[in-house]
Design a protein around this ligand. Structure first.
Ligand code: KPL
Length: 296
């Protein structure tokens, strides 16, 4: 396995997740961030909690810096911001830059890959992080899934010091649908209740979680991807072990647009295109649109 580290790591879109990953990558990344969070990190470093308690000095930039030879550019952006991120980094890429993405949605690597005209490594993230305030992030680890491959091996080596369980997969389509199912269960429920992932594993919500996951499984099957019957149980376990406030709850708390159209909204539209109904995903998407202040 190729484990040579990159000479430079840059994280574009360093919010909660990107800041934590970037601070702990080997070598530590330049964090491209803006606003109060960037200011606080510049002034006092990044304060980490959860998986470790530490204050880490970080290198912050407000735009993608010039990339050195043999660099990793890791994009940790919202599914809604992939096109804008591609525009913001395109001019900086060198021929040997490895681009990787940690993002929600079925295939963010394809959207970015198309926009950038190069292959993009997908890191399927079964982990999250919470921005507790400007310059303050809490994270509790989890699984990061990567395909086998030379570029993937190097990204895995860069991720090793984060403490994530980096696991290798053969079937990206299957794991992408599984991750989408996790997000379709967890994100709108947190968005509606403001509760952390662990709380969403409540027994009283078991039937709802199961029914939402089964709808996603039905759509995946029509897309040619058979998901394992035990997936709903695995989703429950991931949630029970996770203590972060998921990204949709954080977006809504900050009055930001959510990723709902890439999650439950996407599943509901795909279901319709396949001639079936996914009513729970459709209703959850409608409820989140209402919370966002959108009604169409
Ligand atoms: O992807 C996530 C998110 O917050 O969007 C999970 C895995 C649910 C972690 O919170």
């Amino acid at each position: 396995m190729e484990t040579r580290l990159f000479r430079q790591n840059v994280v574009f879109g360093a919010g909660a997740l990107g800041s934590w990953l970037g601070a702990r990558l080997a070598p530590p990344a330049v964090l491209v961030a803006r606003g109060e969070h960037a200011q606080a990190m510049r002034a006092s470093g990044l304060r980490l909690a959860g998986i470790e308690n530490a204050v880490v000095p970080v290198d912050v930039a407000d735009a993608c810096p010039p990339l050195e030879a043999d660099a990793l550019l890791l994009l940790t952006v919202k599914a809604t911001d992939l096109a804008a991120a591609a525009r913001a980094v395109r001019e900086r890429l060198r021929e040997d830059t490895v681009v990787a993405v940690v993002a929600n949605g079925l295939a963010p690597q394809e959207i970015l890959g198309e926009a950038l005209g190069r292959p993009v490594v997908r890191v399927v993230a079964e982990f999250g992080a919470t921005l507790d305030g400007p310059g303050r992030v809490s994270a509790w680890g989890g699984r990061a899934l990567l395909l086998h491959g030379v570029r993937e091996d190097r990204v895995a080596a860069a991720l090793a010091p984060t403490g994530l369980r980096v696991e290798r997969i053969d079937d990206l389509a299957r794991h992408s649908w599984e991750k989408l199912a996790l997000n379709c269960v967890a994100n709108p429920l947190a968005g509606l209740t403001g509760r952390r992932n662990g709380d969403l594993a409540d027994d009283d919500l078991a039937d709802l979680r199961l029914a939402v996951a089964r709808e996603v499984m039905a759509v995946a099957a029509l897309d040619g991807v058979d998901l394992p019957d035990e997936l709903p149980e695995r989703i429950d376990l991931v949630l029970a072990r996770s203590r972060n406030l998921n990204s949709m709850a954080q977006d809504l708390a900050r009055g930001r647009p959510t990723e709902i159209e890439h999650l439950n909204g996407f599943v509901a539209r795909q279901a319709e295109a396949f001639g079936i109904d996914a009513p729970l995903n459709r209703w959850l998407a409608a409820l989140i649109r209402l919370r966002e202040g959108k009604t169409d």
